[in-house]
Design a protein around this ligand. Structure first.
Ligand code: IMP
Length: 183
């Protein structure tokens, strides 16, 4: 963690605020799905941190599955064309599915995933996203649970990376400009 400290410009969301918000969302999910069992679907790699913490705030029987996707485009922009690198192990038919996302930026990745998952006929399909960037969603998406709306800046930490770094930071932060040129 400390190795990354010099690269941080500003902490946008402190660790304690993230945990408090996830506890609140976990409680809502517990209420909303009482009597049912849920399949949490995480989108690798970014969602593994939020998935691990959120799951422990949900007081229901849970199963887990993961997908890995890659979007064509540069490191900091998505094109909306998504390639599935690892598909789910579960057959979704008649399952209550909650897709867990780290961040919704343009929303193009999520739109593609929702269409793909809906075609597998789950009993229900909802989304929990820790972060949503304000005002730039290219497609309107119905997100049932959202942690924080953040400005349109590139952020790292809490699972989010820049060039595979910073995922282990406990907070969500912006990087100093120098941190982008470290070759
Ligand atoms: P979207 O398709 O534009 O919504 O992009 C979604 C994906 O892009 C996320 O799941 C992240 O992997 C990545 N991404 C978007 N914004 C950021 C950011 O600010 N920091 C790190 N990754 C991001």
């Amino acid at each position: 963690m400390d190795t990354y400290a010099p690269d941080i410009e500003k902490i946008l969301i402190p660790a304690e605020a993230i945990q408090a918000k996830l506890a609140e969302i976990g409680e809502r999910i517990t209420q909303d799905y009482t009597g049912r069992s849920l399949l949490l679907v995480g989108v690798l790699k970014g969602a593994f941190v939020v998935m691990a913490d959120l799951a422990r705030y949900i007081r229901l029987p849970l199963e887990f599955d993961f997908m890995a996707v890659s979007s064509y485009g540069s490191a900091t922009k998505t094109s909306g064309v998504v390639r599935i690198l690892k598909d789910l192990d579960h057959d979704l038919e008649n399952l209550d599915v909650l897709l867990v996302e780290d961040i919704v930026d343009s929303g193009l990745t999520l739109k593609y995933l929702l269409k793909n998952l809906a075609a597998r006929k789950p009993a229900s399909l909802e989304v929990a996203a820790l972060l949503r960037k304000e005002g730039i969603q290219k497609v309107p998406l119905d997100l049932r649970y959202v942690g924080f709306d953040i400005p349109n800046e590139f952020v790292v930490g809490y699972g989010l990376d820049y060039d595979e770094r910073y995922r282990t930071l406990p907070h969500v932060a912006t990087l100093k400009p120098e941190a982008y040129n470290t070759d």
